[in-house]
Design a protein around this ligand. Structure first.
Ligand code: F6P
Length: 326
């Protein structure tokens, strides 16, 4: 096994709060272990376009508490092509980089996995996405902060919902996964939570609302994951309104405020741990794996598994949410 002397770190895919804390951990753990560390800008695009910068201790000063990513992020189309990946490898060789830490989600690890199958370059991953949709880790970097952002927004909207006896449909992120919707719905006391993992029956939703009316509850919050099969919040609200005219409905799409902001203490600690562990794992000869934390233990999940296996939404939690808000 070739001794690792220089490593690169990049962030790719949707940014998430805590990515900077993770970059900081990778850089400082690398430097502590006598490595040279390079930051690669704009995800895999930086690999292809030779956008590398040497990282020093001070390069990562005062970033622990900042949202976004100082390295910038992108979803690289060029890296999906063999030609792009070849250029990326040539640039890595040119700079003498022996290994990589990639911070991102599904697309990031898919790219890393293909790259590693084609070229001899060890890669370790840290899961950075607000969606929490990666198999093999309890939480991804940024999920907790995004949840808190949504919860605060729901609390504020509830004030108006209650004051005006209104029904609010709040759309949260999650094209394919309902983790943000489910957890923020429970934390915010939503009357209903609509997620992509389960089929939405508008009639059932209306029944819930009618029952609430009978129980003298005239306002409420419905959380809709953007990828729900009944549509986004606007569509669901229109379907409800069509059948149930008396409701005074409003729609709020939270959008990208969920992706930004200063990371929570949980995310800072998670990101720091994962960045640190990724470098230690590379030095110990590991590759092709995502760092996960399960029940407080560090685990190593092969990229293939992290992206292909499905993280289950616990049906019991949906049931609980419904009982608690009824
Ligand atoms: O994967 C993170 C995520 O925020 C999803 O929840 C969302 O569907 C998507 O990214 C939005 O992507 P973009 O910022 O490219 O519009």
């Amino acid at each position: 096994m070739k001794k690792i002397k220089k490593i690169g770190v990049l962030t790719s895919g949707g940014d998430s709060p805590g990515m900077n804390a993770c970059i900081r951990a990778v850089v400082r753990t690398g430097l502590y272990n006598g490595l040279k560390v390079y930051g690669i800008k704009s995800g895999y695009n930086g690999l292809i376009h030779d956008d590398f910068m040497p990282m020093h201790r001070d390069s990562v000063s005062h970033i622990l508490h900042r949202g976004g990513t100082i390295l910038k992020s992108a979803r690289s189309m060029e890296f999906m092509e063999a030609e792009g990946r070849k250029k990326a490898y040539e640039n890595l060789k040119k700079h003498g980089i022996d290994a990589l830490v990639v911070i991102g989600g599904n697309g990031t690890f898919t790219g890393a996995s293909v790259f590693m199958n084609e070229f001899d370059i060890p890669i370790m991953g840290a899961p950075g996405t607000i969606d929490n949709d990666l198999y093999g880790t309890d939480m991804t970097i940024g999920f907790d902060t995004a949840l808190n952002t949504v919860m605060e927004a729901v609390d504020k909207i509830r004030d108006t919902a209650t004051s005006h006896d209104r029904l609010f449909f709040i759309e949260v992120m999650g094209r394919d996964a309902g983790f943000i919707a489910l957890r923020s719905g429970i934390a915010g006391g939503a009357a209903e939570i609509l997620i992509p993992e389960t089929h939405t029956y508008i009639d059932d939703l209306i029944e819930t609302l009618e029952n609430q009316q009978k129980a003298n509850v005239h306002s409420g919050i419905i959380i809709v994951a953007e990828g729900d099969d009944a549509g986004g919040a606007f569509e669901v609200a229109a379907k409800v309104k069509e059948k149930y005219q008396h409701y005074d409905t409003r729609v709020t799409v939270l959008g990208h405020i969920q992706r930004g902001g200063s990371p929570s203490s949980f995310d800072r600690i998670l990101a720091s741990t994962m960045g640190y562990e990724a470098v230690i794992a590379l030095l110990g000869g590991r590759k092709g794996e995502m760092i996960g934390i399960v029940n407080k233990d560090v685990v190593y999940i092969p990229f293939e598994k992290a992206i292909k296996q499905y993280k289950i939404v616990r049906g019991e939690m949906l049931k609980m949410a419904k009982i608690l808000s009824s």
